[in-house]
Design a protein around this ligand. Structure first.
Ligand code: SAM
Ligand code: SF4
Length: 322
C-alpha cells in the first residue's frame, strides 16, 4: 500500500482524462476552455498501464475526472478498462452531466460504480448563469435515471456568496424525497481566481453549525473515507456532505493521489508542480513506473497550505479534476 512520510495511505486515484471542458463555470473556467496545452492526453492503453500500476501499489478506487471526462469518445472503454483491472473494485466519475441521461446505460454496462454530478443550483436561471449551459432539466433527468438503476449518485455543489446561497433551502427541500448525497464544496482559491474567491467565498463551518442546529447528525465514516463530512436527518431521504478544505486537519485524512490528463503525478490538488510519469507510462514498464510513484510520494507535504493563500500550480480545477 502506498504510504507517505506522515503515515497517510493512498488507496484512491483521481485520474484526469482530459482538461477540455464545454461549460464555463464562473469559479472554474469563466472564459471557457482555453486551448493552451498540447492536448496530448493519455491513450486508452496508457490508462490501462496506470490502472495496473496503481492497483499493484494497493489502489482500489479510481475516479475519472477532467475537465469534462464525458467529452472523451472512448469513455466507456476507459471505464471498462479500469473496472476490469484486478485490484480495482470501484470506478466512479465526476461529470457536469451534459450528456445525461442518454449515456448512463452505457456507463453502467461498462462498470461504473458511482457518479458525482456537479449541480450548483436547482433554479434553471441561476444554473445557466453559473455554468453558461441550459442543461439543468436533462441533468436532473440523468440523476433520476442513475438512481433508479441503483448507481450511487452524489451531487457536488459550490456555494457562493451573492450567487447561489439562496439555493441552499431549495436543495434541502429537494433532499426530503430524493435519495442522493448532496455535497457542498467550499469554494477554493486557485491561481486565476483570487478576486472571485475574495468576493464569493462562503466558509463551511457556519453551515455545519446550522445543519447541526436543524437536527442533522454527523455520520461516522470509516478511517479511510477521506476528508468529506456527511450528515443525515430522519426527515430527509437524502444526505448532506461538507467538503471544507479550509478547516483545520482537512489534509490529515487525505487518501488520494492525482494523475493529470498528460500523465503527471500531482501529490496534492495544489502541489507546486506535476511530476512527469509519461515516459514510464508510455513504455509500459510497470516496475519502473511503480518505483517512480513510490519514490515521488516521499515528497508529499503535510498540508495544501491553501489557508495561507497558496495555490501552487493550480490555475483552475479543470486542469486536474477537483
Ligand atoms: N467537469 C466535471 C464537473 O464539473 O463535475 C469534473 C471536473 S470539475 C473541476 C470537479 C469539481 O470541482 C466540480 O464539482 C466543481 O464544482 C469543483 N470545482 C471546480 N472549481 C472549484 C473551486 N475553485 N472551488 C471548489 N470546487 C471547485
Ligand atoms: Fe467544466 Fe467542471 Fe470546471 Fe464547470 S467545474 S468549468 S464543468 S471542469
Amino acid at each position: 500500500m502506498l504510504e507517505d512520510t506522515f503515515g497517510r495511505r493512498f488507496h484512491y486515484l483521481r485520474l484526469s482524462i482530459t482538461d477540455v471542458c464545454n461549460f464555463r463555470c464562473s469559479y472554474c473556467l469563466p472564459d471557457g476552455y482555453q486551448c493552451d496545452s498540447d492536448r496530448d492526453f493519455l491513450s486508452l492503453s496508457e490508462i490501462k498501464t496506470i490502472a495496473q500500476a496503481f492497483a499493484e501499489l494497493g489502489t482500489s478506487k479510481i475516479r475519472l475526472t477532467g475537465g469534462e471526462p464525458s467529452l472523451r469518445k472512448d469513455l466507456p472503454d476507459i471505464i471498462a478498462t479500469c473496472a476490469q483491472t484486478p485490484g480495482i473494485d470501484n470506478v466512479v466519475i465526476t461529470t457536469n452531466g451534459y450528456r445525461f441521461p442518454d449515456v448512463i446505460d452505457e456507463w453502467q454496462d461498462a462498470g461504473i460504480g458511482g457518479i458525482n454530478v456537479s449541480i450548483d443550483s436547482l433554479d434553471p436561471n441561476v444554473f445557466n448563469a453559473i455554468t453558461g449551459a441550459d442543461k439543468l432539466k436533462a441533468i436532473l433527468a440523468g440523476v433520476e435515471k442513475a438512481a433508479s438503476l441503483g448507481i450511487p449518485v452524489k451531487i457536488n455543489s459550490v456555494l457562493m456568496k451573492g450567487v447561489n446561497e439562496q439555493s441552499l433551502k431549495q436543495f434541502q427541500a429537494w433532499l426530503k424525497d430524493t435519495s442522493v448525497t448532496l455535497r457542498f464544496i467550499e469554494l477554493m482559491e486557485t491561481g486565476l481566481s483570487h478576486q472571485f474567491f475574495k468576493q464569493h467565498h462562503v466558509p463551511g463551518e457556519p453551515l455545519k453549525q446550522q445543519l447541526l442546529q436543524e437536527g442533522w447528525t454527523r455520520i461516522v465514516r470509516g478511517k479511510s473515507a477521506g476528508p468529506a463530512q456527511e450528515f443525515q436527518h430522519p426527515d430527509y431521504a437524502g444526505r448532506i456532505g461538507l467538503i471544507m478544505p479550509y478547516s483545520k486537519d482537512f489534509c490529515d485524512s487525505c487518501n488520494r493521489l492525482r494523475i493529470s490528463a498528460t500523465g503527471k503525478l500531482h501529490l496534492c490538488l495544489f502541489a507546486e508542480q506535476g511530476l512527469s510519469l509519461r515516459e514510464e507510462i508510455a513504455s509500459g514498464d510497470q516496475l519502473a513506473l511503480q518505483h517512480k510513484i513510490s519514490t515521488m510520494l516521499n515528497d508529499k507535504e503535510v498540508s495544501h497550505w491553501l489557508q495561507d493563500g497558496f495555490t501552487g500550480a493550480t490555475k483552475n480545477l479543470a486542469m486536474l479534476g477537483g
